[in-house]
Design a protein around this ligand. Structure first.
Ligand code: E4P
Length: 225
């Protein structure tokens, strides 16, 4: 399982990178716009913070394949490193993916709501496909089952594409995606943090420290008793 952060907030990225095994950062136009800052400066700041090797997924704007291809070329030139250009699975997006794949650009197919969208994107050359779990659940769909069917289709057809499940509002959704064998998730730092939360973990840790300090003294640890 790869954990990615779905945010462009530098403070959040720093904190989560410090604590968790994070493989990269994903953004979309909404996430970037929320930061209300210069686009390129923000993306380059994220790149410099996470390093050249970490995955950085940035979405191309545009409704035509020409616009999307031009955006992707711009991003490749300006951002560099381990960059994945996110392209929505509209027909012009699929056309752009075919062209960009030939030019060696790594691709994340996005705005995916059905297994067939994911399958076609994978055949067109997407390295990752990003199904939106919570947005599907919100309209009485079953987001995690869609992830499961995509994983199944990729196995069935021997496709190398990976599922980067996105749009999460609960630990339960992440858990179900994991059970379905989703290869990666991208979520807000808040959800990533919630994955570790359990009151019994906290009380157990406190109990261990209390018991230890009761015998060895307050503030004592193994290396200084
Ligand atoms: C990922 O590709 C999407 O941009 C993002 O995760 C959507 O998440 P949201 O539904 O919480 O906005």
């Amino acid at each position: 399982m790869l954990y990615l952060l779905d945010t462009a907030n530098i403070t959040e990225i720093k904190k989560a990178y410090d604590l968790y095994p994070i493989a990269g950062v994903t953004t979309n136009p909404t996430i970037i716009a929320k930061e209300k800052s210069d686009f390129l400066a923000k993306v380059l700041e994220i790149r410099s913070l996470i390093g050249e090797q970490a995955m950085l997924h940035v979405q191309a704007l545009g409704r035509t394949s020409e616009q999307i291809v031009a955006e992707a070329d711009y991003l490749r030139q300006k951002v560099g490193g381990n960059l994945y250009v996110k392209v929505p699975v509209i027909p012009e997006g699929i056309k752009a993916m075919k062209l960009l794949k030939q030019n060696g650009i790594k691709l994340t197919a996005t705005a995916i709501f059905t297994p067939q969208q994911a399958l076609m994107a994978a055949v067109a050359g997407a390295d990752f496909v990003a199904p939106y779990v919570n947005r599907l659940d919100n309209v009485c769909g079953d987001g995690t089952s869609v992830v499961g069917e995509i994983v199944q289709l990729f196995e069935l057809y021997g496709l190398p594409s990976k599922v980067l499940a996105a749009s999460f509002k609960s630990v339960e959704q992440v858990h179900k995606v994991s059970l379905y064998g989703g290869h990666a998730i991208t979520a807000s730092p808040d959800i990533i943090e919630q994955l570790l939360k359990h009151p019994l973990t906290d009380t157990s840790v406190e109990q261990f420290i209390r018991d230890w300090e009761g015998v060895y003294g307050a503030g004592k640890v193994i290396s200084n008793i």
